[in-house]
Design a protein around this ligand. Structure first.
Ligand code: TRP
Length: 462
């Protein structure tokens, strides 16, 4: 298939960073960091980012650039005529393509929550959120109300679908080049404000100082799941982006930029939220945090200063925008897979994807109210008592993504060969400082670690 390429390297970096930065950084990272011990989670995350994340991000982009294909095609092309090993590895392309189909429905559910808070900032005086009970009650009241949560979920799906149907992603991307930096500046400003909350110091210590006693295999499983989610790796997206790159583009520095940018945004989001949680409710509140964290805490922050209403509105509008751009790119990926593999026309593929998103998304929404007694896969220890959203999130990030990543690594070391990959990645005019990190990770670290993570995640190894 012929792709239109990126016109410049900066185009690639912006597109890949645009897909990487989203709810993963602003909604998911802070609640996981709060829940899994603050500093120790941050440290684990950073170490994994510099080793694993780096190796996989680079590999995927390189595979994409070598083949010019999306994941299923790339796996198929590289595994052709490679005998039995090739046949065993080909399904990896499928696993990579199924993950975004699981993520998109619940991504839209969270997108619905963000939309609801935009609406809240317009309709409810932010002063009411001064009371933590009110803030928590407002959120719980919303997710346990079937019709309101379905309405906002549907609203978010419709926005996403409209953008993809009208084919206006390019126009949207132009906006996101302006709005994303504004969001980041706003986050920095809020961080500075939060630093002056009474008791914020305890929060900074909680977030920045690793506490070894809180380390467990769960920290690693969750940090790794977050890494995959946040960098959009192990789901074929980066293979697709790599396929848009031109041969001569410098892969190494592009990947460095994406990695740095994504991590900085996550770090800042944590710095904005975690000191505030600890300031309002102590470490206990942080450790009990869940997916509702930003929705409960941020309105309380906005309630604390004059003009909070407007700042709150701006904040949720910008987050909604970041979520919508990511959802659009997820939907686009799924549509592309269906068009190529099932030979569907674009309209039909979009319709099929939307039916899937609506069905799974609705079940997810109802998981907080009408279906709240349903706990799928409760035989896995980590999922006991978890609702549907957490279950989908766990299946995609902690189980399927490690499997996808194992396949990608096998593809690199067993089929393509590290030598070929490295010479493809290396830019002859520039030194590649982390080449040894890359080789070492791919050969020694990635597969054993992924296997351990996977066995732990499924409860097979304790
Ligand atoms: N990385 C995105 C985030 O942090 C989420 C995401 C996962 C994504 N997979 C994606 C975005 C595919 C776009 C395309 O929110």
């Amino acid at each position: 298939m012929k792709h239109e390429g990126f016109s410049s390297r900066i185009g690639f970096v912006l597109a890949a960073a645009g897909s990487a930065v989203g709810l993963g950084n602003i909604w998911r990272f802070p609640y996981l960091a709060a829940q899994y011990g603050g500093g120790i989670f941050l440290l684990t995350y950073l170490v994994l980012m510099l080793t694993f994340g780096y190796a996989l991000l680079l590999s995927e982009n390189c595979i994409g650039r070598m083949t010019g294909c999306s994941p299923i095609g790339a796996f198929r092309q590289l595994c052709q005529n490679k005998g039995i090993a090739g046949k065993l590895i080909v399904p990896g392309g499928w696993i990579n393509s199924i993950v975004p189909m699981i993520i998109l429905p619940y991504y839209c559910v969270i997108g619905g929550w963000v939309s609801k808070y935009v609406f809240t900032m317009l309709s409810t005086p932010v002063k009411e959120f001064t009371s933590p009970e009110y803030a928590a009650g407002h959120f719980t009241g919303f997710i346990t109300s079937p019709h309101w949560s379905l309405i906002f979920f549907t609203f978010f799906v419709i926005i996403t679908a409209l953008v993809v149907c009208c084919g206006v992603e390019k126009g949207i991307e132009r906006f996101s080049k302006i709005l994303m930096p504004v969001l980041i500046l706003l986050i920095i400003a809020i961080c500075i404000y939060c630093a002056f909350l009474p008791n914020a110091k305890a929060g900074f210590t909680y977030y920045l100082k690793p506490e070894w006693s809180k380390f467990s295999y769960k920290t690693v499983v969750e940090a790794m799941g977050q890494l995959f989610f946040s960098l959009s790796i192990a789901m074929g997206i980066m293979i697709t982006y790599g396929s848009y790159m031109r041969k001569g583009d410098d892969l190494v520095s592009s990947v460095n930029h994406v990695e740095l940018f994504d991590t900085v945004v996550s770090f800042l989001a944590g710095l904005m939220i975690i000191p505030a949680v600890v300031a309002f409710g102590g470490e206990e509140a942080a450790a009990n945090a869940g997916p509702g964290l930003i929705f409960v805490i941020m309105p309380q922050v906005f309630a604390g200063f004059a003009g909070g209403q407007l700042v709150g509105l701006l904040f949720f509008v910008l987050v909604l925008f970041a979520a919508a751009t990511s959802a659009v790119s997820l939907l686009e990926t799924n549509v592309h897979t269906l068009m190529q593999e099932m030979h569907l026309a674009r309209k039909k593929a979009i319709a099929l994807c939307l039916v899937e998103v609506m069905l799974i998304g609705m079940v997810t929404v109802l998981g907080y109210n009408l279906l709240s007694h349903v706990h799928p896969l409760a035989f896995i220890d980590a999922l006991k008592g978890k609702d549907i959203l957490d279950t989908l999130d766990y299946i995609s990030n902690s189980i399927l993504m490690p499997i996808g990543a194992i396949f990608t690594t096998l593809l690199v070391i067993a089929i393509v060969g590290l030598k070929t990959i490295c010479s493809e990645i290396r830019n002859p005019e520039k030194p590649w400082y982390r080449e040894y990190v890359y080789r070492f990770c791919m050969l020694v670290i990635v597969i054993p670690c992924l296997l351990i993570v996977l066995l732990n995640a499924t409860g097979l190894l304790k």
